[in-house]
Design a binder for this molecule. Sequence first.
Ligand SMILES: [Mg+2]
Length: 461
Amino acid sequence: MIRSLFDENRTSKSDVFATTREINVKEMEAIGFDYDYTLANYSPEIQVLIYNMVRDHQIQLSSILISLVGLICSAWFVKERIGSQELTLSLFKARDYMVNSLKYPQEFLQWATYDPNFAIRGLYYDTAKGNIMKLDYLNNLQPDSMYFGKKALTKQQIIKQYGTLHVSTSYFPTLRAMIDNFSLPETCLISDAIEFFVQNKISFDPASVGADITKAIRFIHTTLSLHNEVLKDLPRYMRGQRPRLSEFLHKLNRKQRKLFLLTNSPYYFVDAGMTYMLGKEWRDLFDVVITSADKPSWFTGVGRPFRRYHVESQQIAWDRVAAFERSQVYVGGSMDQFTKMIKVNGWQTLYLGDHIFSDLREPSRTQGWRTGAIVSELEKEIEIQKTLDYNDTLVEMMKLQDLRNKLDMLAKDKEATCLFDIKADIKRLRHSLKVMTSSPSHPYAPMSACLSLILMFPDPL
Ligand SMILES: [Mg+2]
């Protein structure tokens, strides 16, 4: 943990970030940060906001589409006159897509409400079967955490559908990883929509439901409507002022590390949040501030120029940036250009972010940057794992597991009663550990699914 390495303090639950190999942070000359969910923490209220915006957008979209369907039917009539085979095909496809997949009735608006306890990051959506599931890092299905709509599937139902409790890698193209923070409302919406269709006996295609909702999420993100809603009430959606973050960044500055902020969010949104958290002079803490970066393409694009963003006039300069100036803001660019300009080796650059694909996979592959994943969900898990009760149970279970392995090797009679007893005890203790990290109202606790996903992609970390 960075602060611990510099302060020589003990790591606390709120300081942890996950990494699969050790990093000597003292060797890092440049340290970069993503913005959303890395420097900026959002309250759970933002998930409700996203959910409601997407749900409402779906309804609006469907109203527009009903009108469009009328237009298309008219066009289809025209086709009959002109006899174009291609037109028929495309019109039928469009009509079927719109009528069958985007028909979200008004009742859904009243019916669907965000359940903050339903989803966690790191789940998978089976686009073929419509199931939400949790896998461990060996691709094993968790029997009590697979949902179709809002109903949990039994072990027998899972085996009937999948034939096993393991998912082979060949099935992965059918699964969609719900890894970012938008995934919480997205997963809830998918489950709610499916439950709604099931209850109202409306036929649907799980892949289309997923695609519709992803499209709606992307819409509210790319049109900046979500940003604008957040800015209307920062205290509601952001987790307060961050004096410790300010102190930490000042400390890194005093250690003469080159600090950079690299985010896909637009400057006005970042500036409002950073000012709220750290004060107006926040840019002075960074050597380079890059907004609207377009990650992950930023890491792989070659020769894409940086452009200066003039904060006062809110204009982007037309000329090419030859060198970075402290406290200034840049947009675009690429890792290739950045490395040349900042003059720091890849292995001495550390970048911290929360998104596996946007923040962590490419920089390691492309330039050998060291990366750290911000996994805020681990706070809760670490807190539980520190308790005496959890530790005692875990130690007892590991001892029994060790004993069982030895007996398995030595015992001639594999059906010996003592082996059965040990297996039963292990099962009981494993269940106790699970209960300790779960809550009855939260089907997917503990919150470590995203960590499992990270472990499935060891390359970037
Ligand atoms: Mg982020």
